[in-house]
Each structure stands twice: as structure tokens, then as C-alpha cells.
Design a binder for this molecule. Structure first.
Ligand SMILES: [Zn+2]
Length: 567
């Protein structure tokens, strides 16, 4: 199918998709027109970005399924054979993705796919013998291909699905984890979904003599080829006091842990909504109006300006949350039927369910903002770095204040800026004449990330970004940019996991450019195929947490990709 050069890198065209897009555009405009003028203005003028405007008042964002607790065993009662029950289990999972994926706006996940599958197979009394293992392998392969190739969501795009694995407790769970990795690793380079996230945990898989270490090695081998999986570091400072089974990534980087209502962890919970704040813009305004003041006072003015925008952002999130809670359970037929949330969905007041979700305040362009305020890039100058840390801590303190004061699960999200990396800068570049150049590269840098062309050594990048992870409790990721696929250097990747754990990194990924020849399937980094000479090349890159084909990137992301340099 033809790929659209569109807001969303995963999109393909279809009739239903076209009608959806027309409706989406109209509905977004209607939502903005219905909001108080000052809120809509913040969005339109690019101070903030209200993500998934098309879902405003209609649905929540993402969810990690709580499938085991309400496992619909009755569906299986009439199925006599093991193979029949296994096939139906995989069908059930795909059906849930399809239905729930059209009932919410963002990602879906299993927090412990290996253990959960093992538990469900046990409930079904399936014997794990050679024959059934073979069936599970082929169905896993088929599930992967389905996640990759299915574009039925909104008639045009794939489902954002994440399988978290690594803590497998028994042989069946280990088999499930290994099979998922192995089958994914064996697919062609053009298969880059679903997301797989491996949980690295001391005593379980991190050390040589641990029972699941071979799974971690397998995972790293697959990453070296395909950039997937990415890694939750369960022993790092932000994660070490949390039961690792409760940690998970949903969608690209959403992290749901704390709960004001007693249900800690990701399982059966999700993010409700996210609004990102354009940090460079606030810095540019300070630079415009107070250029001659000293750095302390400029940073101070920046923080006050952020407080003002964040306060209104909080009000918008509340409005959205209240509108969501006023919906009826019948508006979510699959959620009602399947009980995937940690709280029963069968109730008249859905606030009892959605109060477990998180409301995220996100940010983009910390690097550019600090550069405008201090004159230096934060990774070049220790004073600028301290200002950068101070700004992120300030934002975290504010969301903590909101959480405690309003008893709502606010979190700070280091936003994946697929759309806004270009949208914000396009607005700002015509409005401001900054004292330092942040516009010529054509995009704002993702969240707190060090610029992609810093050429900083990998360990240095990890150490500098690590301190931000503790503050970004709603989700964040550090990427190591490699020049090419690290096929023969799995030990190197393992070493990075250690460095990152020590540096306080909660979640780590590896990026490298990957070009695939469409004629002969040769992979590498090239403009024409070194083997057959063809110029018919598919370029696969990671954007906002998901691998996509480069042609489908937004303009800002294409500029960012062009600027990437290896660490
Ligand atoms: Zn070729």
C-alpha cells in the first residue's frame, strides 16, 4: 500500500482512512473552537501541543492489559484440543488489540507477556510438549507479522503494541520470551513491529549465572540486528524500589507507576492524556525581552513563564479528564466486556476507573531552551548542565505538587516529539531572532535529549542524560546512536546496559541507520545497493519510539534524522 507523507509515520492510505482524516481534522478544529479562547490560543500559537486532540472528550490514551485476572476461560470451554485452545488464545489477543485499539487513542501493552502467556496456557491446561511448542512458535511468528502488517486502525495505521518481557519465572514463560525474540529476529528487516521491551534485572537476567541471562543475550543479539528490543533497567535509581513486574512501557515510552489510589504499576492502567510544552519558545521570549540580564535572572523568568503555561496546561488536562469521566461505560464496549483495567469497568461513574490513569505534562527542546538562556549547549558547559537539571527538577516538583494537592496522578513526560519537533520550530522561526542559532537545523530536540549530532561518546551521553530520568516519571528514553548495526558487538551493548543502570537510566534504546535493498534484501547503510547496484532502497529509522520507513517521517523528524551522528 502507498504510504502517506503525513502527521503519523505509520499511516497508509485507504478509503476509510481518508474519511477518518477528514473527520479528524474537522473534529480537532471543533474541539479547539469549543475550548476557552486562551487555551486554544496556547495550542494554536505553539506554546503547547494538546496531543490526540481528536480524542479529546472521547477516549483515553493507552493501556497495559490486565488480561490474566479476568481471563475469559468460558470462551475456551467447548474447545477440546490443546491446539484449538492455543489457536484461540492468539486469536483472542489479536481481537483485543483490534477492538481496544479502536476504543482508545494510543498504545497497548502486555507488562509481562512471557509470564502472562504462561499463566494463561496453564489456566487452559495446555501441555507444553514439542508439538504444542511448534504451534506456539508459528502463531508467535504470525502475531508479529500481524502487528507489523495490519493497518486497520482508523482504516490506515498499525496498532501501537508493546510486549514487555524478561522476568520469565518458569520454563513455559522462558520459552514464550525466547520464541518472541527468536521469531522477531528471524523476520525480514522490513518487519519492525511490534515493540518489544526487555526488562533487565539483577538476579534474574543481568549476570552471567542468572536463570534468564540467555534471554538477555538473545535480546541483545536481536537488537544488534533490528534495534528492537529496547531495555527497561530495573536496577537503576528510578526503578530499583519498584517491583519489576509492575514496570512496563506502553506505546513508545509511557511509564505508569505511582498511583494515588493504591494500584501501583502499569498493569491494568494507562495514561489518560498528554500535553507538551514548547520550552524553546518560552526561552526565546525571555531572550527577546531580557537579553541583557544575567543568566540567573533569565532562567528565573523562564521558570515563571513555564509555571504560567503549566498552570493553564493543568486546567486543560483537568477539563479533558472530567469530560472523559462523564462518558458512559457503554461508550467503551470492549473495555466493559473484557475488564482490562485494574478496576471494574462495570460502573456508572467511570472516574472510579480513570482515576487510576495518569495525566502527563510533557516537554520538548530542553537543549535549545538552555542554549538560548545560557549561550551554551548543556552538554558543553557544566553551568548550563546545572541549569538544565534545575529546570527539569522544577517541572517535576510542579507535577508532584499537582499530584498531592489535587489527588490526581499527574506525571512528567519526556515527550516523543514526532509531530511537534517540526511544528513548534516552524511557528517560532518566523517570530524570534535569537542570540544563538537554534533554527537552522530545522527541528527541536526530543525532550531532554542531547542533540543527535553531539558526537559525544556513548557513555558520556548516558551519564549526562541519566540524571534526567529520575525526574521524568511519566516516561523517557535515552538512545545510543550507533553508526551501523553492531552485529558483532553484543558485549558492547551489554556494557552500555551496565553503564546506563549505574547512571540512573530508566529506559535505554539503541539506534542505527538501516537501509534495505528492495531488490536483493541486502542491508547496511548505503545510497545504492553494494551488492546489486539498485537504488530502490527502503530506509528504516526510529522515530518517536517506533521504527518506521523514512519517507513517511514528518519534516521535523526528517531534519533530525539527517543530523544524527554516532555516539
Ligand atoms: Zn541489492
Amino acid at each position: 500500500m502507498k504510504q502517506l507523507n503525513n502527521d503519523n509515520a505509520a499511516n497508509r492510505t485507504s478509503y476509510v482512512g481518508n474519511v477518518y482524516n477528514i473527520g479528524e481534522k474537522k473534529y480537532k478544529e471543533d474541539v479547539l473552537n469549543s475550548l476557552p479562547e486562551n487555551w486554544a490560543k496556547l495550542h494554536r500559537e505553539g506554546y503547547i501541543h494538546i496531543h490526540d486532540l481528536d480524542a479529546y472528550g472521547l477516549t483515553y490514551n493507552c493501556l497495559a492489559f490486565n488480561l490474566v485476572n479476568h481471563f475469559p476461560i468460558e470462551q475456551f470451554e467447548s474447545i477440546k484440543s490443546d491446539s484449538g485452545r492455543i489457536i484461540h488464545l492468539f486469536e483472542l489477543i489479536k481481537e483485543l488489540f483490534t477492538k481496544v485499539g479502536n476504543e482508545q487513542s494510543g498504545g497497548m501493552a502486555f507488562a509481562n507477556f512471557d509470564n502472562e502467556m504462561a499463566e494463561m496456557l496453564l489456566k487452559l491446561n495446555v501441555r507444553i510438549d514439542e508439538l504444542n511448542k511448534e504451534l506456539i512458535q508459528s502463531l508467535t511468528r504470525e502475531l508479529i507479522l500481524w502487528c507489523n502488517g495490519n493497518h486497520t486502525r482508523m482504516g490506515q495505521t498499525s496498532y501501537y503494541i508493546t510486549f514487555n518481557i524478561g522476568l520469565a519465572k518458569d520454563d513455559t514463560a522462558r520459552f514464550i520470551a525466547y520464541t518472541l525474540l527468536d521469531e522477531f529476529g528471524n523476520t525480514s528487516d522490513l518487519v519492525f513491529k511490534p515493540n518489544i521491551v526487555f526488562k533487565v534485572k539483577s538476579g534474574i537476567n543481568f549476570e552471567d549465572d542468572t536463570p534468564n541471562h540467555y534471554l538477555l543475550e538473545k535480546a541483545l543479539n536481536v537488537t544488534a540486528k533490528k534495534m528492537i528490543p529496547t531495555y527497561i533497567l530495573c536496577d537503576s535509581k528510578p526503578n530499583k524500589n519498584i517491583n519489576p513486574e509492575k514496570l512496563a512501557i506502553m506505546g513508545c515510552r509511557s511509564r505508569v507507576v505511582q498511583d494515588q489510589f493504591g494500584c501501583e504499576g502499569a498493569v491494568g492502567r494507562g495514561n489518560i492524556a498528554n500535553i507538551s510544552i514548547n520550552l524553546p519558545k518560552l526561552a526565546l521570549e525571555v531572550d527577546r525581552d531580557y537579553r541583557n540580564e544575567d543568566t540567573d535572572s533569565k532562567v528565573d523568568r523562564f521558570m515563571k513563564s513555564w509555571d504560567n503555561v503549566a498552570n493553564q496546561t493543568k486546567n486543560i488536562l483537568f477539563d479533558r479528564y472530567e469530560k472523559l469521566c462523564k462518558l458512559k461505560k457503554d461508550d467503551f464496549p470492549t473495555n466493559l466486556e473484557t475488564q482490562l483495567w485494574c478496576e471494574s469497568f462495570d460502573r456508572d461513574n467511570l472516574e472510579e476507573v480513570f482515576k487510576h490513569g495518569t495525566l502527563s505534562i510533557g516537554f520538548i527542546g530542553l537543549g535549545e531552551a538552555v542554549q538560548v538562556l545560557t549561550g551554551s549547549k548543556y552538554y558543553d558547559n557544566i553551568d548550563s548542565y546545572m541549569y538544565a537539571l534545575g529546570i527539569v527538577k522544577h517541572m517535576k516538583d510542579y507535577v508532584d505538587f499537582l499530584r498531592n494537592n489535587y489527588n490526581v496522578n499527574f506525571s512528567l513526560l519526556a515527550t516523543a516529539g514526532e509531530l511537534i519537533s517540526g511544528r513548534f520550530i516552524d511557528i517560532d522561526k518566523d517570530l524570534y531572532k535569537p542570540s544563538v542559532d537554534i533554527f537552522s537545523k530545522g527541528f527541536y530536540t526530543n525532550s531532554f535529549h542531547i542533540e543527535v549530532d553531539s558526537k559525544l561518546p556513548g557513555y558520556k551521553k548516558i551519564q549526562m542524560e541519566g540524571l534526567f530520568h529520575e525526574y521524568c516519571n511519566g516516561g523517557c528514553i535515552t538512545y545510543i546512536e550507533l553508526g551501523e548495526a553492531p552485529l558483532s558487538n553484543v558485549e558492547g551493548l551489554l556494557e552500555y546496559l551496565h553503564i546506563a543502570t549505574d547512571a540512573g537510566t530508566h529506559y535505554l534504546g539503541f539506534n542505527f541507520p538501516k537501509d534495505v535493498c528492495n531488490e536483493c534484501n541486502t542491508t547496511g547503510v548505503f545510497d545504492f545497493c553494494p551488492k546489486c547496484g539498485s537504488k530502490n532502497i527502503t530506509r528504516i529509522r526510529r522515530v518517536s519510539g517506533y521504527l518506521e520507513i523514512l519517507d513517511g517521517f514528518t519534516k521535523g523528524k526528517k531534519n533530525e534524522e539527517k543530523a544524527r551522528r554516532a555516539n
